[in-house]
Structure formats: C-alpha cells, structure tokens
Design a protein around this ligand. Sequence first.
Ligand code: NAI
Length: 326
Amino acid sequence: MKPMRVLITGAAGHVGSSLVYRVAAGDLFGLQQPVILHLYDIDKMLPELQGEMMELGDCAFPLLKDVVVTTEIDEAFGDVDVAFLVGAFPRKKGMERRDLLEANGKIFPAQGKALNDYANPDVRVVVVGNPANTNCLITAKNAPDLDPSQFTALTRLDHNRGIGMLASKLDAYVSDITRFTIWGNHSGTQFPDISHALFKGKPVSELIDFDWYEKDFIPAVQQRGSEILRVRGMSSTVSAAICTIKHFKSWYYGTNEDDWVSKAVYSTGNPYGIEDDLYYSFPVTCDSELAYSIVEGLEINEFCEKMMKISEQELISERDIIRDLL
Ligand code: NAI
C-alpha cells in the first residue's frame, strides 16, 4: 500500500507534537495504511524536531514508513496528501486580535504557495493555527490551482465541547446527542446552536431551559479555550489534536447517518445567506471520501440569525485587516 504523506506544521509545539504521535500510531487512517510524517517548524525548533524523530523511532510504530524533519518549506510540503497547518505564534499578553491576525497572517501566504506548488494536487488541508478561519482563507487564496473545498479550518473542538456540555447537563452519553452545530468563527463570537439538536431523537430545546442555554451554555462554549488557559496557564493541546484527527476522519470516512459535524468551509454559494468568500463554520455532512456538503434546508429562527450574523461580521472585519495577503 502506498504510504500517505502527512504534513504537520508547528510539529514541535504543544498541539503539533500531540498530533505527531497519534498520526504515527494509525489514528488517522486506521491500522492498515502506512504513513510518512513530514514535521515542519521554524529553524530554532530543529533540535525539538530531531528529538521527536528519535522518539518516534523508539516507539517502533508499525505503520510509520518514514519521517521527514525539515525547516525548508519546499521539502516540508513536497507531495503531501494531508496538511495540518498548526504552526503559528501564540497570542501573548496585551496582544490585540488585530496584532495576532497580522503576525500569523504573514505565515500563511507562503504555506498556500507551497501547497499549490509542491503538494499532491489532491491534498486536503486542515488549518488549526489561530485565527484559524482567516488563516485558512489566506492559505486557500494563495493556492490558486487548488479548489477552495480542499481547505478547511478546525471548529470540531468547539463542536465537541458543546456536545460534551450538553451531555453533562442531560446526564447522557455524547453519542445520544446529534445535529448540534457551531456556526461562524473559531472565536468568542462563534454560535453554538441547539435549535436542531436531538437527544435520542427528541429536540434538545424542549429538554433544557432557554435561559440556561443563552446565559450559561453559549458563553461557556464560546469561552472554553480562554477558561482552559486561565485554569492551567496553557491552552488546549491534546483535545485540539484529537479533534483535528476527528475532523479529518469525518471528512475521509464520512459522517454518521442522520448526523453532521461542524467544519469551517468555504462560504461561497452557501444556502444560509452568509457572505461569500469566507471560511465559516457550518453543519456539514461528508458522504464519500473527501467530499463534503453544507447541510441544506435548516430553519433559522430570529435568534439564530442574529447570532450567526455577529460571527459573520467578525470574519468580514478580519478579512478587511488582511486583505493585502489574499
Ligand atoms: P505552541 O506555541 O506550543 O506551538 C506553535 C508551534 O508553531 C511552535 O513550535 C512554533 O515554533 C511553530 N511556528 C511558529 N511559526 C511558524 C511558522 N512560520 N511555520 C511553522 N511553524 C511555526 O502552540 P500550540 O499550543 O501548539 O498551538 C498552535 C496553534 O493552534 C495556535 O495558533 C493555537 O491558538 C491554535 N489552536 C487552535 C485550536 C482550534 O480549535 N482551532 C485549538 C488549540 C490551538
């Protein structure tokens, strides 16, 4: 079987290194498919990457055919089938969102060009590095030979945070909750929507109090990342890596029947009147290998529309800030 080449940028960082070992162990493609890992980071992290490569060797993962460790972009992106773009500057104290956008925005045009020029033309891309939706737009725009549907940004962590909290409220298993959606940006404006969610086939909205939903649940999902940072002084790592893998697996193997996942995808032509030319999180189904569709025909009430628009406006303003990078 031909090995799949999987690129992880920022592979020496917290999320990147958590991903590395999971992909090497076969979490992405199952226990038959060999993989070649491409580990990419900036020059000063080379010793970290080399140490990581040694540890990978020590694990003797049966499916790990080879490891490419590099700080050269053409080598890192060469022939890759899957690209997890995790590497980015973390937000530092006192940094405004605008500063983060400008600092991280600069990383992604070069990576878009590298995907365009060196990757497998069928490559599938998951942007994790924040601000993930707008970084995804920058990357896709700098890869004109690739289709915008080959690019996605991670909101699966937000999605799973939401179903985890609902399951806890309803004293249920997460697998009992379906059709939950994160709309919009992976940020504090994201909209966790229960208006179509079901618990064992019953509307969740009939089982929980709207006041709790609006005042407790929505802010808790929106602010979960900051809360983790506050509690332990470090942002989400393992949960981000696991949800990155779940995001890709839904795309590769398909979503469960009668359910969907949340994924930030290209908005042009979407059925909900969201502005074109953004990467916006929608409810998405994946029916066959590496194809996806935005779920159509959902009724959007006034409350939901208002919340969806707030996040849309934020993404439009982010795009205005980095327009020269597109
Ligand atoms: P980290 O600071 O531990 O690691 C970041 C890594 O990226 C470092 O090794 C750094 O050297 C590398 N890097 C910096 N510039 C780079 C460049 N130009 N090319 C390649 N690599 C570069 O950060 P952590 O915790 O691993 O988070 C990584 C990113 O993922 C952050 O932007 C974080 O905000 C984001 N994130 C997104 C989530 C989501 O749900 N979308 C969830 C959790 C994290």
